[in-house]
Design a protein around this ligand. Structure first.
Ligand code: INI
Length: 156
């Protein structure tokens, strides 16, 4: 590939403030995503005092709360953490599509990077796999993506 001017974000969270918005629904899974995100951010230089965790009822409530946190101007980034698991509930389709659409709108409307760490899986087993076992940890991924995006935007 020819050498071209490239903008990349450094994964340095020093001095940055983050809001973590985490749902209580399926908290057995979501707590693993929260731990993963906190661990990632602090290992990349964030101060624990600069992380604020907001607990919300379910993923459906996430866009509204994420929007208020993002629009407050108090945070460099927002990391959304939740788990929508298809089970016996007809809610799955509604909740999963609304949360994805809603969170995408929040980041575009506010200009604040918002990471989407919301698992949408067919089973509890798949959710467990992506919450700190063989499929990685979606909370870590969302925190990393939020950090990288903050550092990219600073250079544009
Ligand atoms: N909320 C979730 O975060 N995950 C789910 O799997 C889920 N399901 O399947 O129903 C869920 N529903 C609750 C929803 O997010 C709202 O809290 C509720 O509808 C009240 O507004």
């Amino acid at each position: 590939m020819p050498h071209i001017k490239t903008i990349e974000g450094q994964l340095d969270a020093k001095g940055l403030k983050f809001a973590l918005v985490a749902s209580r629904f399926n908290d057995f899974i979501v707590d693993k995503l929260v731990s993963g995100a906190v661990d990632y951010l602090t290992r990349h230089g964030a101060d624990r005092a600069d992380l604020t965790l907001v607990r919300i009822p379910g993923a459906f409530e996430m866009p509204l709360v994420a929007k208020k946190m993002a629009a407050s101007g108090a945070y460099d980034g927002v990391v959304c953490l939740g788990a929508v698991i298809r089970g016996a509930t007809p809610h799955f389709e509604y909740v999963s599509s609304e949360v994805a659409k809603g969170v995408a709108l929040v980041t575009l409307e506010t200009g604040v990077p918002v990471g989407f760490g919301v698992l949408t899986t067919d089973s509890l087993e798949q959710a467990i796999e992506r919450a700190g076992s063989k499929g990685g940890n979606k909370g870590v991924e969302a925190a990393a993506a939020t950090l990288e995006t903050i550092r990219v935007l600073e250079q544009i």
